[in-house]
Design a protein around this ligand. Sequence first.
Ligand SMILES: [Zn+2]
Length: 113
Amino acid sequence: MLSATQKEETRRIAAELAHIARSGHVLAGTISERRTHCGRPGCRCMADPPQPHGPYFQWTRKVRAKTVGRWLNGAQRDDYAPWIENHRRLRELLARLEEIGEAVLEADPRFER
Ligand SMILES: [Zn+2]
């Protein structure tokens, strides 16, 4: 069974999980920043030093081993970046719960030593 320390930690994890879930602000994938060079002679992106176009923001995620993406503007990037951070945090909290579960199982006195 869970120790008092583990129970306390799972309570804190549950509170944080609930807080994120209630917000509904959860998004899988990543947002990356892209700057491009169009290659047109005389364009600022070909100057010395080059001034590339952008930044452009791309949200991508894997769907059945295929990467799908959407271009975002700066305001969308600012809005959705915390959603992706929340998703990362959910996975971290779940991994911690899995570790606690494993520790409890390993400490089960019913295992024959
Ligand atoms: Zn250019």
